[in-house]
Design a binder for this molecule. Structure first.
Ligand code: NDP
Length: 498
């Protein structure tokens, strides 16, 4: 074990109750990984079956908490992308695209139910491949993924009554590229609305987290979808690029970095392909002096330390009203001392591993920039495991708007604290970002919530809560956070002509 250099005392030294001398440490509570059987090697899911890549190439996916290789996964090349798009086109023309909505719904319900039945297996696999704590995969990622399929199954036979005209038409073949932060959930966000509206899909999961999408491919086969309706092709950024550029794809749905989103826009400009982009964010979580402080503390913690801060809508900028900033910060630090960092499969773990070496390097370098620019850095006492990719929960106070850590998306467990005096100043600071995905407001005044929600330039504004997701609620951003909405009725529109 290596003690975190940013912390004054390592947990081992600090542990124990000073009054009684009793050690109140939790006993380990690891979830068994026996429920999951990971294959040594995976092919590409094309035309309803797993096939070897024409490219002949494979790459390894590792457990970020231990750096242990988990499986060898196929790298889809141009010819493989071609095969997947052809399979999706055939399914669209011959079966799925013609199928009545009430029939499509049955398949979606089936997928939802099988995800529920195999929820534990999915949760363990996701924690192994991604590094996120089992209590999050078990209680958030997997139930929400199932909920997305249930919700959209309900829409499939009602599209004609939803305000899209009497006979809404699907777009055709959707190419969908997703990131590593919520691997199964992002697959569900992409596939469920596309399928409900009658499109067929080629999905590319992120290079570092392909395994839950490949298990989903097994579920899709088990649910009996017509072959080619969903194709799942693994690979790195080159596979995503080939899929985006493929002339046989009618619509692109992308979630990931703003930089790649812009590249995609350039690639498809003038092709007539439809596009939705869900990109980065730098959300402000605004706490007024009349806020319910205990709730606000939980909301701040959930806002930035949920999923190690690997969340596009993370509340990475805390805007605290000046009159309460000091006590708020003290209470926040006291709360952070109780967070438990470590084995993602332990049911008591709050903070898991950083997903990859690259991401850890990025977080490390932005945190160093925060210190160099004069921010006061603080982390709770915690011990980082000596293998794997880890970063302690970190708070920067004394941050000004020009600091890089107040402007750039860190995508890690790092909170920047700024202050404000008036609601106008809070709005001006919150909106001072090229992004516009989400924001939080904490106050007991309903009128202030409504006023702030109107003025904050963000796709989602949470009031006295944070990071709440529901398939019925549209999600998406403004400016460099992208365009288009996912979820709800608005999310269906992205997959229909009109
Ligand atoms: P990317 O945008 O590179 O990756 C997202 C997905 O796009 C992955 O499947 C990736 O494949 C694929 N991809 C990469 N290059 C291309 C391309 N040229 N054309 C089409 N698809 C491509 O994000 P990263 O994983 O590299 O993360 C970098 C930063 O992006 C993070 O630090 C964070 O700031 C931000 N990010 C934002 C997310 C969000 O939810 N808004 C999610 C993830 C990251 P592969 O995985 O193989 O590279």
């Amino acid at each position: 074990m290596v003690s975190n250099p940013g912390s004054p005392v390592a947990a081992g030294e600090a542990g124990g109750d000073l009054r009684t001398g009793t050690d109140w440490e939790y006993a380990p509570a690891p979830e068994s990984r026996d429920i999951v059987s990971i294959h040594d090697e995976y092919g590409l899911f094309i035309g309803g079956e797993f096939t070897a890549p024409v490219s002949g190439e494979h790459f390894s996916t590792v457990n970020p908490a231990s750096e242990e290789p988990l499986a060898s996964v196929a790298q889809a090349g141009e010819a493989d992308v071609d095969r997947a798009v052809a399979a999706a086109r055939q399914a669209y023309d011959q079966s799925w695209g013609k199928m009545p909505g009430r029939e499509r719904a049955k398949y979606l319900y089936r997928i939802a139910r099988v995800i529920q039945e195999r929820a534990r297996e999915f949760a363990v696999l996701e924690s192994l491949d991604n590094g996120k704590p089992i209590k999050e995969t078990r209680d958030v990622d997997i139930p929400l993924a199932a909920a997305h399929f249930f919700y959209h199954a309900g829409w499939a036979d009602k599209l004609g009554y939803a305000g899209f005209g009497p006979d809404p038409r699907p777009i055709g073949v959707a190419g969908q590229v997703i990131p590593w932060n919520f691997p199964l959930l992002m697959a569900a966000w992409k596939l469920a609305p596309a399928l409900a509206t009658g499109n067929t899909c080629v999905l590319k999961p992120a290079e570092t987290t392909p395994l839950s999408a490949l298990l989903l491919a097994e579920v899709i086969a088990e649910a009996g979808l017509p072959p080619g309706t969903v194709n799942i092709i693994t690979g790195d950024g080159r596979t995503g690029r080939d899929l985006v550029a493929h002339p046989g794809v009618d619509k692109i749905a992308f979630t990931g970095s703003t930089e790649v989103g812009k590249q995609i826009q350039r690639t498809i400009a003038g092709t007539g392909k439809r596009l939705t982009l869900e990109l980065g964010g730098k959300a402000a979580n605004v706490v007024f002096d009349d806020a319910p402080i205990d709730q606000a503390i939980e909301g701040i913690v959930n806002g930035i330390f949920f999923n190690q801060g690997h969340v596009c809508c993370a509340g990475s900028r805390l805007l605290a009203q000046e009159s309460i900033a000091d006590p708020l910060l003290d209470r926040l630090k006291a709360r952070l001392e109780t967070l438990r960092l470590g084995d993602p499969l332990d049911k008591n773990t709050d903070i898991g591993a950083i997903n990859s070496r690259e991401q850890l390097d990025k977080i490390t370098s932005l945190a160093a920039a925060g210190e160099a620019e004069g921010g006061q850095r603080w982390s709770p006492a915690c011990v980082l495991p000596d293998r794997g990719y880890w970063f302690p929960p970190t708070v920067f106070s004394g941050v000004s708007q020009s600091h890089r850590i107040a402007r750039e998306e860190i995508f890690g467990p790092v909170l920047s604290v700024l202050t404000f005096r008036t609601p106008e100043e809070a709005v001006a600071k919150a909106n001072n970002t090229p992004y516009g995905l989400s924001a939080g407001v904490w106050t007991e005044k309903g009128s202030r919530i409504l006023s702030m929600a109107q003025k904050l330039r963000a796709g989602v504004v949470w009031a006295n809560t944070y990071n709440r997701f529901d398939p019925a609620s549209p999600f998406g951003g403004y400016q460099e956070s992208g365009f288009g909405r996912e979820g709800g009725r608005a999310g269906l529109a992205a997959y229909l002509h009109g």
